[in-house]
Design a protein around this ligand. Structure first.
Ligand code: NAD
Length: 248
């Protein structure tokens, strides 16, 4: 690990424009389970059901039960970990141009990252499908204590998290911006993604084709490891924390 750590440091030091691509693994150490984890409570609810747009519209109560029992308690307590903080610091130092993320937990922003391209939206923002009014996690949690499933206090419409559900399109503008960042960086840092879903699987090859070095930091092997200049099967915070002087 010490050798690879030095190598990551050298690659970051010599890069002029770093783009980071993050997935569920970067937030695992903040207490947010990945889909592919073994956490029993999370697995009690089926993402294919609560996060599929047709199923959601047919039965919003299933999603809001998941929210009440699992998502809200997890998000309320989750704080950015050294890996989120390191990426924010690299941006503040003018090294990193953007974090492209599949995550919907808002922890990059909480860590201080400014340019966060959220490919799948953000589950902390909730809005009414009827009138468009926006609500926070706490407001909706409060609402569902009095009315279940919670509806819009303003118009009675259906509330939905501002997340891209299965069956919905990715936000084109965000995706275009992500492609642009991928093309224009000289170091593409993947952190905590299995790189199996799109567009996650297509961005690292695009970075390499465009001349960037690719570093993959992921606990388990990914199908794109063979493309990378450097692969670390380590915990994200163990690798990124020391970059900003936090002990590993
Ligand atoms: P994934 O669940 O497919 O893969 C996560 C990867 O993280 C795994 O390959 C695992 O080896 C790795 N990992 C686990 N702990 C790690 C750690 N401490 N350090 C480094 N790596 C670690 O994740 P994905 O590729 O992001 O795809 C899953 C989908 O699920 C995404 O679309 C995402 O939107 C959604 N999701 C998001 C969150 C979140 O917002 N925090 C949580 C779960 C799922």
């Amino acid at each position: 690990m010490a050798v690879e750590q030095t190598e990551v440091q050298a690659l970051v030091d010599s890069a002029e424009r770093v783009a980071a691509f993050t997935g569920a693994g970067i937030s695992a150490e903040s207490g947010i389970p990945t889909y592919r984890g073994d956490d029993g409570v999370w697995n009690k609810y089926d993402p294919a059901k609560y996060a599929e747009i047709g199923n959601f519209l047919a039965d919003p109560a299933y999603y809001w039960s998941f929210f009440r029992e699992v998502r809200y308690p997890v998000l309320r307590n989750a704080r950015p970990n050294p890996a989120h903080l390191a990426l924010a610091r690299l941006e503040q130092q003018g090294k990193l141009s953007a974090v492209i993320t599949q995550n919907i937990d808002g922890l990059h922003q909480e860590a201080g990252s400014e340019k966060v391209l959220e490919l799948h939206g953000n589950t902390r923002r909730i809005s009414c499908l009827g009138c468009g009014m926006g609500y926070s996690l706490d407001q909706v949690h409060h609402r569902l204590e009095e009315k279940f499933p919670p509806d819009c206090p303003a118009c009675g419409g259906v509330l939905k998290p501002e997340v891209v559900f299965f069956g919905e399109s990715l936000p084109m503008e965000v995706l275009d911006d992500a492609v642009e960042e991928t093309r224009s960086c000289d170091l593409f840092l993947v952190v905590g993604s299995s790189l199996v879903v799109q567009p996650a699987a297509s961005l690292p090859p695009l970075a390499v084709e465009s001349g960037a070095r690719l570093v993959i930091i992921n606990r388990d092997p990914t199908p794109l490891d063979r493309l990378a200049h450097l692969v670390l099967h380590e915990k994200a915070s163990d690798v990124l924390g020391p970059l900003i002087g936090l002990p590993d």
